[in-house]
Design a protein around this ligand. Structure first.
Ligand code: MG
Length: 158
């Protein structure tokens, strides 16, 4: 069996009045993410982790933010396209682990829904998708509520 690992990282700025999508779930919030797509920073980091597994480049390369095709794009669609690329290479997703740093709102009520949303897109059971959330104790740009930072790891195998 061949096992490949990848990591991904993304940041989006927060702005009043924009929608907040995280892990494929719409989060009730007065602020949301500035982005060309729907701004789902968690899915973007996850896409980069998956692409990194097979050295397939990055999400900005595959879905350029200069392209009208991806304006307002549902990041779940981007993720499904990345998973299709993994499958084309003969691999399947093993598991994924996502850490979201956001000061506000508290994400704990939405974690299970994120896992349930992402698992079928990845083609794995829910127990192979971990989503964790933390604040940064009011430190840095996350703590000042200027943005959200996400790290993701993934394994693919064949
Ligand atoms: Mg992004």
């Amino acid at each position: 069996m061949q096992i490949r690992i990848g990591n991904g990282y993304d940041v989006h700025a927060l702005q009043e009045g924009l929608p907040m999508w995280l892990g494929g779930v719409k989060i009730p919030s007065s602020t949301g993410f500035v982005a060309h797509s729907d701004g789902d920073v968690a899915i973007h980091a996850l896409c980069d982790a998956l692409l990194g597994c097979l050295a397939l480049g990055d999400i900005g390369h595959l879905f350029p933010d200069t392209s009208p095709e991806w304006k307002g794009a549902d990041s779940k669609v981007l993720l499904s396209k990345v998973v299709a690329l993994i499958h084309e290479k003969g691999y399947k997703v093993g598991n994924a682990d996502i850490t979201i740093a956001l000061q506000r709102p508290k994400l704990s009520p939405y974690i299970e829904q994120m896992r349930e949303t992402l698992a079928p897109i990845l083609g794995v059971e829910k127990d192979a998708v971990s989503v964790k959330a933390t604040t940064t104790e009011r430190l840095g740009f996350v703590g000042r509520e200027e943005g959200c930072e996400v790290w993701a790891s993934a394994i693919v195998l064949k």
